[in-house]
Design a protein around this ligand. Structure first.
Ligand code: C2E
Ligand code: CA
Ligand code: CA
Ligand code: CA
Length: 278
């Protein structure tokens, strides 16, 4: 009884109450931020071993009126616990489509693909395919320029995977591409690989960062590259921070990269500036 009493006391500890209140405040702030359109996209280049820019990944930032630029790590997990990720995801997709429309008539940008991170929660909406189709039509986007990144780490049961696969197939029929993000870090990589219609595998930056010093990470990267090749999937490495990593990846047969070595995520004007200075 004494132990239970202590647990009960612990449950109501002031620290925990603080955490609950803090979370509630963040959810409230997020809701207002969505309404006030405080989210914007940063663009990080994706390049080949020849130094050609093939596209960019759109990464969301919260332009907070007081806190300044807030990283997605601070709010995406909370947004995913609520329905706010659906509204946020919708805003992100719309901005991405607007950007693709702008690029379609901007010299030197017509060929770029734009990768957008999609939460599993978004796929679980019955009308996700319709939402994407509507945006593609509204902004006259060439579907081939749009790439959706799905993450394996979120918990999906077999039925979710099946439903997601069906939606992906419908969008893929339009020309939309799919990349499996953070590959190798989840629990069910091979199931995803088998059941989802993918176009690309993305080697997670956790394997890239120690590629040169950790033989195991090198083996994992090599395995992902050969898996991609044998399944006819493109392979891109993220988190490439120096030339040695890039060269080692090229030696493994990976010729597309994203990372600070090539370019950091930038607001759109700065991204365009970066492109002009190549
Ligand atoms: P992610 O999709 O794996 O994105 C890659 C992250 O690695 C980005 O962090 C990027 O800024 C960072 N990065 C890029 N190059 C390097 C490098 O060379 N070294 C290192 N150490 N890091 C690098 P960011 O922008 O903070 O985003 C974090 C995560 O938030 C993303 O991870 C993604 O899971 C999520 N996220 C971002 N934008 C969105 C979005 O619009 N929707 C959803 N659902 N999630 C998003
Ligand atoms: Ca991503
Ligand atoms: Ca990733
Ligand atoms: Ca990640």
């Amino acid at each position: 009884a004494k132990a239970a009493g202590r647990n009960t006391y612990r449950f109501f500890s002031p620290e925990m109450l603080d955490q609950v209140l803090e979370r509630a405040q963040l959810v409230d702030d997020l809701r207002k931020a969505l309404h006030n359109k405080e989210f914007l996209l940063y663009y990080q280049p994706q390049v080949t071993d020849k130094g050609e820019v093939i596209g960019a990944e759109a990464l969301v930032r919260w332009q907070h009126p007081e806190k300044g630029t807030v990283s997605p790590a601070a709010f995406i997990p909370i947004a995913e616990e609520t329905d706010l990720i659906l509204l946020l995801g919708q805003q992100v997709l719309e901005t991405a489509c607007q950007q693709l429309l702008d690029w379609s008539s901007r010299q030197g940008y017509e060929h770029l693909t734009l990768a957008v991170n999609i939460s599993v929660r978004q796929f679980q909406q019955v009308d996700f395919v319709e939402q994407v189709t509507e945006l593609i039509q509204r902004y006259a986007v060439n579907p081939k320029r749009l790439k959706l990144e799905v993450t394996e780490s979120l918990l999906m049961d077999d039925e979710d995977i099946l439903l997601t696969a069906e939606k992906m197939e419908q969008l893929q029929a339009l020309g939309v591409g799919f990349s499996l993000d953070d590959f190798g870090t989840g629990y069910s990589s091979l199931t995803y690989l088998k059941k989802l219609p993918l176009d690309q595998l993305k080697i997670d930056k956790s394997f890239v960062s120690d590629l040169l010093i950790d033989a195991q990470d090198l083996d994992i990267a090599r395995t992902i590259v050969s898996l991609g090749h044998s399944l006819n999937l493109a392979v891109i490495a993220e988190g490439v921070e120096n030339q040695e990593q890039q060269e080692r990846l090229a030696a493994l047969g990976c010729f597309s990269y994203q990372g600070y070595f090539f370019g950091r995520p930038l607001p759109i004007e700065a991204f365009h500036q970066w492109m002009e200075n190549l």
